[in-house]
Ligand binder design. Structure first.
Ligand code: AMP
Length: 211
């Protein structure tokens, strides 16, 4: 089963993708994580992507599709996979279709902008192992220290309030139309993401008919 997770930044796509990976036993790809790794490692893709990401804009479609294509065609995906943060534009959705990649279900995590701004201002990430914390609902045991590897936690550059507002504007203009694209194909399932992490996971499991 090929699943895509749609929804605004901060709706919990990364968190739910990790849960679904465990439950459905299929791998997940987060284009945001892959791009951040590329930036950290200073690869060609990373150098190209950095300025777009830091300013809250989308990385060009051609750059992203190259990364995703490799993953989707790999052996790891033969039993299915989860795409988190991709497609992000109608063009990317069309590119997937043109590559012959058939999406079975598009799960849309719905959350109001005001709640997103609140959530993102409380997010802290570990720059070493990638763990994500929320100072509001899932705080680290010791303030600003990663529970898993003890590195100092940071605020992602793109979680700063001005950038969050810019990312939301980009989401509404460029990504939201994808919801209609998958609805028209009968593949859209909408989930209320304003509830707790566990309740959202339960709703996803029920919609997918797994677990
Ligand atoms: P995320 O972690 O999914 O919120 O992504 C962080 C940033 O990475 C976004 O604000 C974009 O700059 C970039 N990005 C991630 N996925 C994509 C994508 N599918 N298309 C274009 N840019 C992306």
């Amino acid at each position: 089963m090929k699943i895509i997770l749609l929804g605004p930044p901060g709706a919990g796509k990364g968190t739910q993708s990790a849960k679904l990976t465990e439950i459905a036993k299929i791998p997940a790809l987060s284009t945001g994580d892959m791009l951040r790794t590329a930036v950290r490692e200073g690869t060609k893709v990373g150098i190209e992507a950095k300025s777009f990401m830091d300013s809250g804009k989308l990385v060009p479609d051609e750059v992203v599709i190259k990364i995703v294509k490799e993953f989707l065609e790999s052996d790891a995906c033969k039993d299915g996979c989860i795409l988190d943060g991709m497609p992000r534009t109608l063009k990317q959705a069309e590119m997937l279709e043109q590559l012959g990649i058939n999406i079975d279900v598009a799960l849309s995590l719905d959350l109001a902008d005001s709640e997103i701004e609140k959530r993102m201002s409380s997010r802290r990430v570990c720059p070493v192992c990638g763990a994500v914390f929320s100072m509001a609902v899932n705080p680290p045991k010791f303030a600003d220290v990663c529970d898993h590897c003890s590195a100092g936690l940071i605020i992602r550059d793109d979680d700063k309030p001005e950038t969050v507002r810019k990312r939301l504007a980009v989401y509404h203009a460029e990504t939201e139309p994808i919801i209609g694209y998958y609805r028209a194909r009968g593949k859209l399932k909408e989930i209320d993401a304003s509830v707790s992490i566990d309740e959202t996971t339960k709703a996803l499991i029920s919609v997918l008919g797994i677990g």
